[in-house]
Design a protein around this ligand. Structure first.
Ligand SMILES: NC(=O)c1ccc[n+]([C@@H]2O[C@H](COP(=O)([O-])OP(=O)(O)OC[C@H]3O[C@@H](n4cnc5c(N)ncnc54)[C@H](O)[C@@H]3O)[C@@H](O)[C@H]2O)c1
Length: 269
């Protein structure tokens, strides 16, 4: 079945979505899936040119888009980002907290500055984005948040990015708590836990850990890690984006507080 042309049009017709870190990778694929399913999309990223390219792709799908340069770790940028999206596209229905960073560093070399930067972008920013958008969603009794956690937030999938693992466990924990708070107001909060997804982020892990630290050839580290994955291959950004779309859509109307694995069978809890 050709999933790129699978009919999803109208699933979230007329809704307004905001995807952070949407200039490439999983964020870009998600912005395009949400647009194909009928949403207008705020495309935000540190990389303005990349965000503009993806906003153009959204427009070519027949939806409205606004590209915003924003650092999710900045309170000022977060507020400006939401204001720009709501001014151009209308009240927000769907937030996808996708922006995130990875850093490969030995546990005994990890500094406080590394820890603070990782937690600020991958965890703190996710909570404060939720805190920013939830009052409007609650008032309208409508909204869905999907955040990017990771298999690394559930299992010890790698020892060279302990602070990343901690940041993703934090996303799972805040998803659970927030979902309980807002469920009765018609708002759902979920997260996804991808495993090995073939993006620039995994290229960085392969380069830093496989090639630099272990002296392996390109993609050899990724291939070694794939031995633990029952499906034996990495996932694509689109395979993550489809689950995000499902969780954001009315198809998942009775799901909240969940951390859904997308790992090719690697993680089963
Ligand atoms: N690739 C994987 O295997 C994998 C697995 C599990 C979870 N994830 C998570 O999925 C999300 C997307 O990952 P990806 O693989 O597409 O990564 P990526 O590195 O390809 O893309 C991340 C995007 O986020 C943007 N970004 C980074 N810091 C930002 C900031 N402070 N403010 C705004 N934008 C910022 C980058 O510019 C980039 O466009 C991340 O949260 C990541 O942790 C990825």
């Amino acid at each position: 079945m050709d999933l790129t042309s699978f009919p999803i049009e109208g699933l979230i017709a007329g809704q307004t979505a905001l995807v952070t870190g949407a200039a490439r990778g999983i964020g870009r694929a998600t912005a395009l899936y949400l647009a194909r399913a009928g949403a207008d999309v705020g495309v935000s990223d540190l990389d303005q040119a990349g965000a503009e390219r993806v906003a153009d792709e959204v427009r070519r799908l027949g939806r409205k888009a606004v590209a915003i340069r924003a650092d999710v770790a900045s309170d000022q940028d977060r507020r400006a980002m939401l204001a720009a999206v709501e001014a151009e596209l209308g009240p927000l229905d769907i937030l996808v907290n996708n922006a995130g960073i990875m850093q490969v560093v030995d546990i005994f070399d990890l500094t406080e500055a590394d820890w603070d930067r990782m937690l600020a972008i991958n965890a703190k920013a996710v909570f404060f984005m939720c805190q920013l958008v939830l009052p409007g969603m609650i008032a309208r009794r409508r909204g869905a948040i999907v955040s990017l956690a990771s298999a690394a937030g559930k299992a010890a999938t790698g020892t060279k990015y302990l602070h990343y693992n901690v940041s993703k466990a934090a996303v799972i924990a805040m998803t659970k708590t927030l979902s309980q708070e807002v469920a009765r107001h018609g708002v759902r909060v979920n997260c996804v836990c991808p495993g090995i997804i073939d993006t620039d982020m995994w290229a960085l892990i392969d380069r830093e850990q496989g090639q630099r630290m272990m002296g392996l050839a390109e993609r050899e580290w990724m291939n070694q890690r794939l031995a633990a994955v029952p499906m034996g291959r990495p996932g694509s950004p689109e395979e993550v984006a489809r689950v995000i779309l499902f969780l954001a859509s009315p198809l998942a109307s009775y799901m909240t507080g969940q951390a859904i694995n997308i790992t090719g069978g690697w993680i089963t809890y």
